[in-house]
Ligand binder design. Structure first.
Ligand code: SF4
Ligand code: SF4
Ligand code: FES
Length: 231
């Protein structure tokens, strides 16, 4: 199978380029991460991140044949050749497929992604009704892989001012949580021409999310909350 991988070494004078590789004895059921690990046996200078290998940690997000995804859950049989692998778009490249996610994590931090409640913590769990818990479905499963924000043109153009779909999905996760009492402050904090309203509903984010989440819909829920409509 033929591969074309983005290569960049900041310590080399060589310009960034695509490098061709060929691997034999692959099965269509092998994952792209399996192929990358084999390529690294051939070329130990190849840089990429990975950890769990099961679509849980989110660390091996990359651009695969023009679409952001996780190498560990992308079957080779689904890919056309040559398989063109590039780093996540819109994020500074540190080396090869490794990008600097500092701004992405900073935007995540800005939505204060932790439960804020006026009352002191209970001795045991803080109960929710099944309906209240259901409102968090589709929001708590995010693995912060960055595929969505790295597919969003608004985030590419304003990465410091627009929070991006991943951070906004997390904002929605706490706004929707019945146990969180900071809802009004959270909504006020997001009511800004850039932080939230740079989203133009292009939906690239929801198209690429490897967990099947829908950041566009989550952003819509925040907007409707701002308008005072409970959805
Ligand atoms: S919403 Fe999906 S694509 Fe975006 S960071 Fe979370 S898991 Fe990744
Ligand atoms: S819907 Fe909004 S957040 Fe998602 S890709 Fe489009 S502009 Fe970005
Ligand atoms: S290696 Fe953890 S999500 Fe792919």
């Amino acid at each position: 199978m033929r591969f074309s991988l983005y290569r960049y070494d900041p310590e080399s004078s060589e310009a960034p380029h695509q490098q061709a590789y060929v691997l034999d004895d692959l099965s269509p059921d092998d994952m792209l991460l399996d192929a990358l690990l084999r390529l690294r046996e051939i070329d130990e200078t190849l840089g990429f991140r990975r950890s769990c290998g099961e679509g849980v940690c989110g660390s091996d997000a990359m651009n695969i044949n023009g679409r952001n995804g996780l190498a560990c859950i992308t079957r080779l049989g689904e890919l056309t050749e040559p398989v063109v692998i590039r780093p996540l778009p819109g994020m500074p490249v540190i080396r090869d497929l490794v990008v600097d996610m500092g701004n992405f994590h900073h935007q995540y931090q800005r939505v204060e992604p932790w439960l804020q409640a006026d009352a002191p913590p209970p001795d045991r769990e803080q109960a929710q009704t099944p309906d209240e818990r259901e409102r968090l479905d589709g929001l708590t499963e995010c693995i912060l892989c960055g595929c969505c924000s790295a597919a969003c043109p608004s985030y590419w153009w304003n990465p410091e001012r627009f929070l991006g779909p991943a951070a906004l999905l997390q904002a929605a996760r706490f706004i929707e949580d019945s146990r969180d009492t900071a809802t009004a402050a959270r909504l006020e904090q997001l009511d800004d021409a850039y932080k939230l309203f740079r989203c133009h509903t292009i939906m690239n984010c929801s198209d690429v999310c490897p967990k099947g989440l829908n950041p566009t819909e989550a952003i819509g829920r925040i907007r409707r909350r701002m308008l005072g409509r409970h959805v």
